[in-house]
Design a protein around this ligand. Sequence first.
Ligand SMILES: *Cc1c(COP(=O)(O)O)cnc(C)c1O
Length: 230
Amino acid sequence: MPDAISAALDAVRSRIDTAARAAGRSPESVSLLAVSKTFPADALRAARTAGQRAFGENYVQEFGAKASALADLDIEWHFIGPLQSNKTRIVAETAHWVHSVDRFKIGERLSVQRPTGLPPLNICLQVNVSGEGSKSGCRFEEAVKLAHELDVLPNLRLRGLMCIPEATDDRDRLAGQFARLVELFATLRAQGLELDTLSMGMSGDLECAVQAGSTMVRVGSAIFGLRHYP
Ligand SMILES: *Cc1c(COP(=O)(O)O)cnc(C)c1O
């Protein structure tokens, strides 16, 4: 397993580098978040040994268990799953980043629960760019107001925007949805918010996301294999 993970990480990194160069961007401008949900702590350990430092988790309980099991490693933890307001504490105390903030109440709780003495928690505002009713993320129309509200919370640092586009093979549709996030990002920066992160792109669409301007791709199955949900 360790060799397979190491080889898969190399392959993903080279996909990112190729996509960046094709877009006239520097490969270093796109970072790789390894999405490890459903995979055991040993898989993360193998990826860490292969040089991967940033890991993304989706489920609060699983995140807490892995963070304790891997406390001996230097890992940057990103929480990327839906958050309920009664389950924010472990995330506020343990994560370095949260990509899935999509309402003020969640940001407020994370800020209140962030321990003093730790650096501010980096957050991204998750925006629903596809307009699908089932999707998490704030509505596109409320994103500007919400970004400004989150930006002033004391123990958070708003770093940027995150989206999960529609699951489709239609490249034009995907590109259009990524472009909406990029445009919103530019608008917010022009309004004075110091954002540097566009969290978009997964195993199946990372080339399209990098082409559009992603600075952080969140890749799971292309690194760890197919997920089996219990
Ligand atoms: C699972 C997940 C990913 C990774 O998806 P893959 O298709 O396995 O690369 C990325 N982002 C979020 C928010 C996820 O939940």
